[in-house]
Ligand binder design. Structure first.
Ligand SMILES: Cc1cc2nc3c(=O)[nH]c(=O)nc-3n(C[C@H](O)[C@H](O)[C@H](O)COP(=O)(O)OP(=O)(O)OC[C@H]3O[C@@H](n4cnc5c(N)ncnc54)[C@H](O)[C@@H]3O)c2cc1C
Length: 318
């Protein structure tokens, strides 16, 4: 219906296309609406990654809010500005190209949209732990976000799975609340920066276990422990813990931007943090699809606002 009405208007060249309706995309859309940029917001649905979370504790303005409610509030806020200038298209983007002095975007319905600028904010997905019990105990003691859920595990023994920077940074955060933090690292060497490893390892409540491959998550109503295999002794070892924090990587949703803009080795779009500009003069990116260090709703939102301000100034100065 919405798309039909939009197509009937025969809108041609837009100022801006926003891809994604997580915190980054919706924040940009609200600013674009208020600034009366001719904008199309394209995403299959509103909310983004944290829609699956039962309670988000650090979205400013709400001490706690369910992911589904957050998604509803995003949609309500954006629709306040929908109309002549801001159009919402509930589709998935399949192709993005530069075209003359702008961009063209094709969606899964075959529709093609043209604009002078693009803000890409298609986020990422978390690499999930693929062992027995991991799915069953997700949100019941097994979580993918230490800064979101850490305080719920105050005074408990917890495990972090993953020895990259995200794993060690999660451990550092958890050491502020938890009784003990044990980090399981698959190999003999950790991938995190030595300075981070050193800082965390100094804490007497922290233990690093190397050569440890998770095998099973245990629990009743909630997590009670995790079994890992020691790859040297080949023995299975069970740890009793109340929480498991998985930090084994994010998979950026950037396949449609491959070959269009520069990315780092992990497939995240490299941006200028001053402006959120990509390597293309017509494209900006914000949120979890970019090469930023921290991944939070507020950060994605703020970065998208930076991008929008820069897009506005750039378009108006042309
Ligand atoms: C389980 C969980 C709980 C979390 N809890 C918290 C929390 O409590 N507090 C917190 O601050 N952070 C939390 N986070 C992290 C937070 O959700 C992310 O940092 C944030 O969502 C990133 O926002 P984003 O807008 O960059 O991307 P996303 O939220 O990933 O949104 C991406 C958007 O792009 C759309 N999209 C994807 N592909 C396409 C395509 N091809 N075409 C069009 N649209 C597309 C998606 O549908 C979505 O609308 C949590 C994450 C998870 C996974």
């Amino acid at each position: 219906m919405e798309l039909k009405r939009f197509m009937e208007k025969q809108v041609t060249l837009q100022d801006l296309i926003i891809v994604g309706a997580g915190p980054a995309g919706v924040s940009a859309a609200v600013y674009a609406g208020r600034k009366k940029l001719k904008t199309i917001l394209i995403a299959p649905s509103f909310g983004g990654q944290s829609i699956v979370s039962e309670s988000i504790h650090n979205w400013i303005g709400f001490p706690s809010i369910a992911g589904s409610k957050l998604a509803e509030s995003f949609e309500t806020h954006v629709r306040e500005y929908a109309g002549n200038d801001l159009n919402i298209v509930l589709e998935s983007v399949t192709t993005i190209q530069t075209e003359g002095n702008g961009v063209s975007v094709t969606t899964d319905t075959g529709a093609v949209y043209h604009a002078r600028a693009l803000l890409f904010s298609a986020g990422s997905t978390r690499r999930t732990l693929d062992v027995t019990g991991a799915k069953e105990f997700e949100h019941k003691g097994l979580t993918y976000c230490a800064s979101c859920d850490g305080p719920l595990f105050a005074d408990q023994d917890v495990v972090v799975v993953g020895g990259g920077n995200a794993g060690f940074e999660s451990a550092a955060q958890l050491l502020a609340y938890c009784k003990t933090v044990t980090l399981l690292n698959r190999g003999d060497t950790v991938r995190a920066d030595p300075v981070t490893v050193e800082a965390v390892s100094k804490n007497s409540h922290f233990t690093l276990i190397k050569n440890a491959i998770p095998k099973e998550v245990h629990g009743e109503k909630f997590v009670t422990g995790i079994t890992y295999m020691d790859t040297i002794s080949k023995k299975d070892i069970k740890l009793s813990v109340g929480g498991i924090f998985v930090e084994i990587g994010l998979i950026p949703t950037t396949s449609t931007m491959k070959g269009v803009v520069d990315m780092d080795e992990a497939g995240r779009i490299t941006i200028d943090p001053w402006t959120q500009k990509t390597s293309s003069p017509f494209m900006w990116a914000a949120g979890d699809c970019t090469n930023i260090k921290y991944h939070q709703n507020n950060i994605a939102s703020g970065n998208a606002v930076t991008a929008l301000e820069d897009i506005y100034v750039t378009l108006k100065s042309k």
